[in-house]
Write a protein that binds this ligand. Structure first.
Ligand code: MN
Length: 245
């Protein structure tokens, strides 16, 4: 049986210095590629573009989709003006990923959103975000940890009977955390499946779709330090993608 092809939504990196300062590169962090390879999928990077025919054909190539981390979601997409602590946005990436979700769902392709990925899913389906976690009126953990991506820093509790509970076989564990935005209102027809100990939403899943899951932490960065967690989540996506082959 052929391995399923897992699309990974790309980002655009602008060189900050060197001989190509300002030069734009289409890329993903290699940890996503490694995580797909390690768990039996074929990684397929999907570059940002604005051609609907091209996006349609990109989606036709894949059996599973990973929506990756990156820029803040443009708050206009959830009907807010930019607040002071909003960081860089990239509206063309929002539009591109909205199109990916829309077309992938038509084909019943399983979707895993990571970090920005959970936020773009929630926004696409009508939920809202805190533009910065300081706008939340409660004591909140540090969700943007230092620079060690392989370290786990805060607790996540998984809701019993959720899809995430079945994926992780555990109700409580430590995760890494690299986000300054968080979900405010969960989109209709989605369930909160995981929360940090401070109540911040760390996982959501669609009620009426086989596999449409978002998580706020970065299991792809944990393929060496927390291999079991990495295997459970990417393994579950790839297993679901196989059912489409
Ligand atoms: Mn967090």
């Amino acid at each position: 049986m052929k391995k399923p092809i897992i699309g990974i939504s790309a980002n655009i990196l602008k060189d900050q210095s060197g001989s190509f300062a300002g030069y734009q590169r289409a890329y993903v962090n290699e940890d996503y590629v490694i995580s797909v390879l390690k768990n039996g999928g074929v990684p397929f990077i999907i570059p940002i573009n604005q051609n609907s025919e091209v996006i349609q054909q990109q989606i036709e190539q894949i059996d599973g989709l990973i929506l990756t981390g990156g820029y803040d979601v443009d708050p206009h997409n959830y009907h807010e003006e930019p607040l002071n602590k909003l960081e860089a946005t990239m509206p063309i990436r929002d539009e591109f990923e909205f199109a990916l979700i829309k077309l992938a769902v038509k084909k019943k392709i399983p979707i895993l959103g990571i970090c920005r990925g959970i936020q773009i899913i929630n926004t696409f389906y009508g939920g809202t975000l805190y533009q910065d976690l300081s706008y939340r009126q409660k004591i909140t953990y540090r969700h943007y940890q230092g620079d060690n991506p392989t370290q786990v820093t805060h607790t996540v509790k998984v809701e019993p009977h959720s899809k995430l509970a079945a994926i992780f076989h555990k109700s409580k564990f430590l995760v890494n955390s690299f986000h300054h935005q968080i979900i405010k209102q969960v989109a209709p027809n989605f369930t909160v499946a995981a929360k940090a100990g401070d109540g911040v939403i760390e996982g959501i899943e669609a009620n009426n779709y086989p596999y449409l899951i978002g998580i706020q932490w970065h299991p792809e960065m944990l393929h060496t330090s927390e291999p079991e967690m990495n295997q459970q989540i990417f393994g579950s996506l790839i297993k679901q993608a196989k059912t489409r082959k």
